[in-house]
Write a protein that binds this ligand. Structure first.
Ligand code: NAD
Length: 260
């Protein structure tokens, strides 16, 4: 039998936002690699979706929870630590927003802050004490190229992803001696319900045109697939990636450095 080249650092993986898009692709890959996955999401995927992905065993646990609720996250993490263990946290859940500094409302700003920043903070604050106890742990946060590249009309969203990069560096620095590593991933556009949702909402009647325009904005000429992002996350969670910490890894079809 051929041995898989990449071995997970831990079989216990928490994925936030794992019921859709990139998160769901991660759940699939971790499930297929024999991990026990706990998904924190507001919704569960449909039975059909799970069946199509051949996720039908007892190793993936979907918890309907809002990551902005610190108390609920603490209780859930405690429960999981007793039942299974805590090895890897992937802070992937996030929401989109379109607007510049002038037309972003205070409510929208607060909402982006709550989900994209405080949600990740809540999950890290809940899992790190257990990782510290075990003197090992790995956290992957989902940032975006919007954190470091000026993208039009993404004021609040970019702010939130910039905070993800900063929180990643801070956690990586503070806990490196405790055996905890922390990295983030910065994709450019990935074809998920997140992208379809904002195209439908903001460009009604022009969906195809916008899809083509967004695809062409990446030098490689297309959006990424969720599987391509999930594969990078899988590598980062492997023993073979154990020298990587405190970094932000772009996966962007050339968007960051070739768009000139
Ligand atoms: N799709 C892209 O082009 C792209 C590019 C760069 C970065 N990202 C980032 O990748 C991540 C995943 O994006 P996606 O495209 O797969 O999105 P998606 O909308 O397909 O999935 C996001 C998931 O997060 C869940 N979620 C949202 N708010 C939540 C909350 N408060 N509590 C718990 N779960 C919540 C949703 O229910 C959903 O299942 C996000 O952080 C996003 O910012 C996406």
């Amino acid at each position: 039998m051929v041995k898989a080249y990449f071995e997970l650092v831990s079989p216990y993986v928490i994925v936030t936002g794992g019921s859709s898009g990139i998160g769901l692709a991660m759940v699939k890959i971790f499930h297929d690699q024999g991990a026990i996955v706990d998904v924190f999401d507001m919704q569960k995927p449909s039975a059909d979706t799970l069946q199509n992905l051949s996720i039908h065993d007892e190793t993936v646990h979907f918890h309907e929870v809002d990551i902005t609720n610190a108390q609920a996250i603490k209780e859930l993490v405690s429960l999981i630590s007793v039942k299974r263990g805590i090895g890897i946290l992937i802070n992937n859940a996030g929401i989109a927003h379109i607007g510049n500094v002038l037309n972003t409302t205070e409510e929208d700003f607060q909402q982006i802050f709550n989900v994209n920043i405080k949600g990740a903070f809540n999950c890290m604050q809940a899992v790190i004490p257990f990782m510290e106890e075990m003197e090992q742990g790995l956290i992957i946060n989902m940032a975006s190229i919007a954190a470091t590249i000026g993208i039009p009309d993404r004021f609040a969203y970019s702010m939130s992803k910039g905070a993800i990069v900063s929180m990643t560096l801070s956690v990586a620095k503070d806990f490196i001696k405790k055996g905890i590593r922390c990295n983030c991933i910065s994709p450019a556009r990935v074809h998920t319900p997140f992208v379809d949702g904002f195209i439908n909402k903001h460009y009604p009647g022009k969906e195809e045109e916008m899809f083509a325009k967004l695809s062409a904005s990446q030098p490689i000429g297309r959006m990424a697939s969720p599987d391509e992002i999930a594969a990078l996350a899988y590598y980062l969670c492997s023993k073979q990636a154990s020298f990587i910490t405190g970094t932000d890894i772009p996966i962007d079809g050339g968007f960051t450095r070739l768009n000139n």
